[in-house]
Design a protein. Structure first.
Length: 589
């Protein structure tokens, strides 16, 4: 080696040592700086020190989650490429590169080819990547490779510290923000609590209801033995007459206090289940609506009691009950008058109905005497005549019994009854009136009807009223048939009405049930559609001598039985009156 060559090698080594020293000094410059400043400084130093055509860096940690790219170009161009363009051009060469090895690639910053030296910052590019590019054929030399690796390692440490510092700052800022928010929330809560306490105190002192809080006292076996008043409002003292109760025990205030109150409040304090009830304070002649509930933690055993004086309401309810009793008595009286009036209209028909068996009795009695007065009495014929007498006597007796039942003035009595049997008894009573008005009466009674719960006399009154109205309506028809039909059937639906609308009791609406539908159909002149909605109003009538109470009473009777009475036009002519009676499932009947 010549002296000249040795001097050049020494200068080259000195220059490399100076470059390495400069790179080793970078951390001092980077101390406390952000990732962007560290990367920019590193690229400037490398591009100048190694005479690179370009230096490119990509950092994976950024505030918004997207990589941040940097580039330094040593040759200025009119429109230099952006870092993202350099990155996209290098991606195909950097992908799946397992080693930091030099590589010849198309120049992403200009023409021709460049040799690049990629260096990964962190495991699996955790921090990012650094790429140095030069057109020199010998790039990178071993010294340049060493400088790049040293620079990359120093940058990796500095970037990790910057990341940690940034995370610490961000954590500190977030913590500071949360502390500030929490402080503001606490301030708001405290202000709200003060305002709430103020409103509570205003409400506590001004409400009309009596209010107090108590602490229930127990013995060692959790048996309530007393309670102490914690707070009482002015209304409490006014309504109970107890003064200065706060802080005192109930046994001190009222030694003879009823034991069941200790049990009630003790159970609330132990279980936490609120209780509402009505209490009559006999000594004060007052009624109270009381609501008691536990407050605070379960171990505190504190109970709040809110009560309201309902004496006036109780008195009004009692007065209303007395009025309802009087109203029911008046309705019963009016229904009885209506029955008597209807029976009066049937007087001639009933007399004819009774006269027929009486006449038959006399005829059979005369025949029996003749058969017995002969020289050779015919006992068989005489016995047959006597049997006919008994039959007709029973027939007359049945008519009289039905009349007496309808005339009878008695309170409502509901029982299990056969509605078909009740209908047949009424049809028999009206039979003579049917014949007198030349009406053709047909009955179609279902044979699968169960017994229903109802008042026989009241239901027969409704059926009789509907039959008499139909007969009277058809008596004015000069031409055409006079047809009257009475039917019964079991139905599951009533047109235009749902079970939920009929029954407010949810359990009843969901149960299996049917209804009995009773229909009275005639071929009379029909109903006036304009007056149909007034048909069941009290004192409304289309009869010259009518009182207008029959249909109103009939509707009230059916509604009292849980049914509905309605009217509609018959086809092709006439009117249809029908009412329903509920059949409840055996489980709820």
């Amino acid at each position: 080696m010549t002296q000249k060559t040795a001097d050049e090698e020494i200068r080259r080594l000195q220059g490399s040592i100076n470059d390495l020293t400069s790179i080793q000094a970078l951390p001092a410059i980077w101390n406390g700086r952000e990732s962007g400043h560290i990367t920019s400084t590193l690229l400037d130093v490398l591009a100048s020190m190694l005479r690179l055509d370009f230096a490119y860096a990509r950092l994976s940690d950024s505030i918004n989650g997207s990589p941040v790219e940097f580039v330094r170009l040593t040759q200025c161009r009119a429109a230099p490429p952006q870092p993202q363009e350099i990155g996209r051009a290098l991606d195909r060469w950097l992908t799946n590169q397992s080693a930091n090895a030099p590589l010849a690639v198309p120049n992403p910053a200009g023409d021709g080819e460049v040799r690049i030296a990629p260096l990964r910052l962190g495991l699996m590019d955790e921090i990012g990547m650094l790429v140095a590019g030069s057109k020199r054929a010998d790039f990178p030399t071993p010294i340049e490779t060493l400088l790049l690796r040293v620079a990359a390692n120093l940058a990796l440490v500095a970037l990790q510290e910057a990341r940690q510092f940034h995370e610490q700052n961000r954590t500190a800022e977030e913590l500071e923000r949360r502390v500030a928010d929490r402080t503001a929330q606490l301030t708001t809560v405290n202000e709200a609590l003060r305002e709430s306490e103020k409103k509570y105190r205003t409400l506590f002192d001004s409400i009309d209801e009596g209010f107090c809080t108590i602490e229930v006292l127990f013995d060692g076996n959790d048996n309530p033995i007393d309670y102490r008043f914690l707070e009482v409002n002015p209304s409490f003292e006014k309504q109970t007459g107890i003064q200065n109760a706060q802080g005192r025990r109930m046994r001190e205030i009222a030694p003879q206090h009823e034991e069941h109150w200790f049990e009630i409040y003790g159970r609330i304090a132990l279980t936490g289940e609120p209780v509402r009830f009505e209490n009559q304070a006999a000594q004060l002649h007052r009624w109270y609506d009381v609501y008691a509930f536990r407050v605070g933690k379960p171990g505190d055993r504190k109970v709040a009691i809110l009560f309201k004086d309902i004496t006036e309401r109780k008195r009004a309810e009692e007065e209303l009950r007395q009025k309802e009793v009087s109203l029911r008595e008046a309705q019963t009286e009016l229904a009885h008058v209506s029955r008597v009036t209807t029976m009066g209209e049937l007087a001639a028909s009933i007399a004819h109905e009774v006269n027929q068996p009486l006449t038959s009795i006399l005829t059979n009695a005369s025949a029996g005497l003749r058969w017995l007065s002969r020289d050779s009495p015919n006992l068989d014929e005489a016995c047959e005549a006597i049997r006919r007498i008994i039959r007709d006597g029973n027939r007359a007796g049945d008519v009289i019994s039905r009349m007496r039942a309808l005339f009878k003035k008695a309170s409502t009595t509901k029982e299990r009854l056969d509605i078909n049997e009740a209908i047949e008894e009424v049809v028999i009573l009206a039979q003579s009136e049917v014949q007198r008005n030349r009406v053709s009466l047909q009955t179609k009674l279902a044979n699968d009807l169960p017994l229903i719960l109802g008042d026989r006399i009241q239901l027969q009154q409704v059926i009789l009223n509907l039959l008499m109205n139909a007969i009277e309506a058809m008596s004015g028809v000069a031409e055409g048939p006079r047809e009257l039909g009475v039917s019964s059937e079991k139905v599951t639906e009533i047109p235009g009405e749902s079970k939920e609308e009929r029954y407010e009791d949810r359990a009843l609406a969901d149960a299996e049930w049917t209804e009995v539908l009773i229909t009275v159909r005639d071929s009379g002149p029909g109903l006036d559609p304009q007056r149909l909605n007034r048909l069941f109003d009290a004192f409304y009538t289309t009869k010259p001598q009518g009182l207008g109470m029959g249909l109103a009473i009939s509707r009230s009777i059916i509604e009292a039985h849980g049914g509905r009475l309605c009217a509609k036009a018959n086809v092709p002519q006439g009117a249809v009156f029908q009412f329903t009676l509920p059949i409840r499932d055996a489980r709820i009947s």
